[in-house]
Write a protein that binds this ligand. Structure first.
Ligand SMILES: [Zn+2]
Ligand SMILES: [Zn+2]
Length: 339
């Protein structure tokens, strides 16, 4: 898969339009502008959001676009600021998440809710992402990564981990936690939840024995199919799978006062359900994107509680195969591109 590139160019996988496969291209290595860093990409995690982008369920406004928003890379250079070049960042390993830029001035940004900034720009959707040999990122959204995680192991922390962590926070105290869809996010969260002495109930597609066995291996109290009633009522449930039909099922499994958090960026329509499923102060809510505070908290917490990620690695030109394997559920844990 590897072939030498000409000086000053890089290999990348680009999205050109809905329905078209990602295409390998060679293009100039981008230059960092003021406040930006040029990174040599070491690993880039694959996320279900990438499938929604590929399928047009989440729009890419101006293709071609390099996908990938869980980037681990080393700083190669810094953009010039105020006529001088910095240098303090060179050689540092950083991680780049989905949230790539915010305005800093709107009511959301000023109120600690930059995840809802209406002008936000997202990595791998509005800004070229990490399915390439190099990427440019806003230095304010380049996070220090914990030691003890090899590059490919660190990559899934950046979306599966960070947005999963935000969803877990939305669950509140919740000692009995349901996870609907046991993929990249759930396998990280199950470990965090166990460290907080919550009991985890894992729901998978019917017959997905591998995912159910994986959940039990990670300390889940119970694993079954999404249609099953768990052996106990749940205090909260997080729905990771993009299937709206799971929402009434999760609601039905909740104790009074419980919350269902929908953690994906896209979901099929939610079927109607009787009001009695919502009655007694049950809550259905979504979680959108992440803030830098979420990132700081989760990247601090993950190594302290010993989160380990399970990854399947793919070469850069196999990015399309990685996405199709994700769609078909052909691996447990997370997929990571290593360019
Ligand atoms: Zn993601
Ligand atoms: Zn804003």
């Amino acid at each position: 898969m590897s072939h030498p590139t000409q000086a000053g160019t890089m290999r990348a996988m680009v999205f050109e339009g809905v329905g078209a496969p990602l295409r390998p291209v060679e293009r100039p290595i981008p230059r960092p502008g003021p406040g930006q860093l040029l990174l040599r990409v070491a690993a880039c995690g694959v996320c279900r959001t990438d499938l929604h982008l590929l399928d047009g369920e989440v729009e890419i406004a101006s293709p071609p676009r390099i996908l990938g928003h869980q980037i681990v890379g080393t700083v190669v250079s810094e953009g010039r600021t105020g006529g001088r070049e910095g240098g303090g960042e060179i050689g540092r390993r950083v991680g780049v998440p989905w949230l790539g830029w915010t305005c800093g001035e709107c009511v959301y940004c000023r109120g600690g809710r930059e995840n809802l900034c209406p002008s936000a720009r997202f990595t791998g959707r509005d800004i070229d992402g990490g399915m390439a040999e190099y990427a440019v990122a806003d230095a304010r959204y380049c996070f220090a990564l914990p030691h003890g995680y090899p590059d490919e192991q660190a990559a899934p922390l950046l979306c599966a981990g960070l947005i999963g962590y935000r969803a877990l926070r939305m669950c509140g105290h919740a000692p009995r936690l349901g996870l609907y869809g046991f993929g990249a996010s759930a396998h990280i969260l199950a470990q965090v939840a166990r460290s907080q002495e919550r009991r985890v109930f894992a729901f998978t597609r019917s017959g997905d024995d591998a995912a159910q066995a994986f959940a039990l291996e990670l300390g889940a109290a119970w694993a079954g199919s999404s249609e099953d009633r768990p052996p106990e009522e749940l205090d909260a449930a997080i729905v990771f799978a993009p299937d709206g039909a799971l929402v009434p099922l999760a609601l039905r499994a909740l104790a009074p006062g419980g919350t269902v958090v929908c953690a994906g960026i896209h979901m099929s329509d939610i079927p109607s359900f009787p009001y009695s499923s919502l009655w007694q102060e049950r809550v259905v809510r979504s979680v959108a994107n992440l803030t830098r505070t979420d990132a700081a908290e989760m990247l601090d917490l993950a190594p302290r509680v010993g989160v380990r990620t399970r990854v399947s690695t793919y070469g850069l030109t196999d990015a399309g195969a990685a996405l199709e394997d994700l769609r078909a559920g052909r691996f447990t844990g997370a997929a990571v591109i290593v360019p």
